[in-house]
Design a binder for this molecule. Structure first.
Ligand code: SF4
Length: 407
């Protein structure tokens, strides 16, 4: 596999549009989330939508569970910075009301709206208006008939069949502006369901682990499911379903896509060594301070915080910029080259200053500005001093082994 691009080849899907956001085909993988406010609370919902958009969310879903919610949507949609999808469960009339409100997409749960005439009425209306539908199969609310058919179990086959039955109803009215999800709270189940679905259809797929739960477990589950499929080239749009502020969902989605090379980096990629007996600073504390200092600033550089000058610059030589701790001071390095010596308590400020300089002038100018010789001499002196002090066995493992052998 070619890892030079740090990306994964995607399966070919057809493309649909949710408002002005393309989903599927060669469109970038989009990030979705869902508001937690009452949709009838127009100002509260818009506030959340704006926060989600600022965190990188491309499409936002709001529940449309009653007439007050549909009326709220009519007021929210024209003021939203991103396309709005209405989430419909039991009442097909709410889908029609949401369309009247001007939403850019619908999500229907085939387990909850089962009458063919209702499904077809909604699909026909969407067809006339050019509005896409997500068929949102959910393991927890699978059509009871399919549940029985598959032996009283939610299986990948049952979930895929549910989606295919819904597609067939849409087909009867000539509607195919569709994306599909087959979410489950079990990671192995959702992975297999999406694999089978991807083999069965070229409609774009919306990935998610439903009801993943609170942090940190929810984040781990959602990442395990979504990342596994993305690495196989499956998935066109994603949602983290966390029991947390939805802004965390949008951030997690963005961070995952950035980490997998599937979305251009917007903020600092902070890497840090795990620390060990050789560390000259509290790496966790400094890394946390650096994370706060860079915050949401648009600095798409990789920045390293390394615990010692013995191995730090080498281990993080691909980072654009980094700091490695020496004897009561930090050694700032750019692309593995030591460029400055910084007092211990100024390390984080120095990282931010040099990151700003690189963003404005580039790496070459930053290297040219540095006193490379003085920085190199200081770094080597600290490195040698640490090696003399700690030897090659910074964790004192070998001396412990010697003691054990004498017992
Ligand atoms: S050797 Fe240095 S850089 Fe590597 S983990 Fe230990 S402290 Fe961090």
């Amino acid at each position: 596999m070619d890892t030079s691009s740090n990306s994964f080849p995607r399966r070919v899907t057809r493309q649909i549009h949710v408002g002005d956001v393309a989903v599927g085909g060669d469109a970038p993988i989009s990030i979705q989330s869902m508001t937690t406010t009452k949709t009838s609370d127009v100002e509260g919902t818009l506030q959340q939508i704006y926060a989600l958009a600022a965190a990188g969310c491309d499409i936002v879903r709001c529940t449309c569970n009653d007439t007050a919610a549909a009326e709220g949507l009519a007021r929210i949609v024209p003021r939203s910075p991103v396309p709005i999808i209405a989430d419909i469960h039991h009442q097909y009339r709410m889908a029609l009301a949401a369309l009247e409100a001007g939403v850019e997409g619908l999500r229907l749960n085939p387990g909850n709206i089962r009458k063919p005439e209702h499904i077809k009425a909604v699909a026909s209306e969407c067809k006339d208006r050019g509005i896409p539908i997500r068929i949102g199969v959910n393991g927890g609310s699978l059509d009871p008939e399919l549940y029985e058919k598959y032996g009283g179990k939610v299986t990948p086959e049952a979930m895929v069949e549910s989606a295919m039955i819904e597609l067939a109803f849409f087909d009867e009215v000539g509607f195919d502006d569709v994306k599909i999800s087959v979410k489950a709270s079990s990671v192995p189940l959702m992975i297999e369901a999406y694999r089978q679905l991807s083999a069965a259809t070229d409609h774009p797929l919306h990935l998610g682990v439903t009801e993943a739960g609170p942090l940190p477990g929810g984040m781990v589950k959602a990442t395990a499911g979504i990342a596994t499929l993305l690495a196989e080239g499956i998935g066109d749009t994603i949602r983290y379903s966390l029991t947390a502020d939805p802004v965390e969902e949008a951030k997690a989605g963005r961070m995952l896509l950035e980490a997998m090379g599937l979305r251009e980096r917007k903020n600092v990629d902070l890497i840090a060594c795990p620390s060990c007996g050789r560390a000259e600073i509290d790496v966790i504390k400094v890394a946390e301070e650096a994370l706060v200092a860079f915050g949401e600033r648009e600095i798409p550089l990789q920045v390293a915080v390394m615990g010692c000058v013995v191995n730090g610059p080498g281990e993080a030589r691909d980072a654009d910029l980094g700091i490695a701790a020496g004897n009561k001071r930090g050694h700032l390095f750019i692309k593995g080259t030591n460029v400055a010596v910084i007092p211990e308590d100024e390390m984080v400020d120095a990282l931010v200053e040099w990151a700003d300089f690189i963003m404005e002038h580039g790496v070459d100018r930053a290297l040219a500005k540095a006193d490379l010789t003085a920085a190199k001499i200081a770094a080597e002196a600290d490195r040698d001093a640490l090696l003399i002090e700690q030897g090659d066995d910074a964790n004192h493992s070998e001396s412990k082994v010697d003691l054990i052998r004498k017992i």
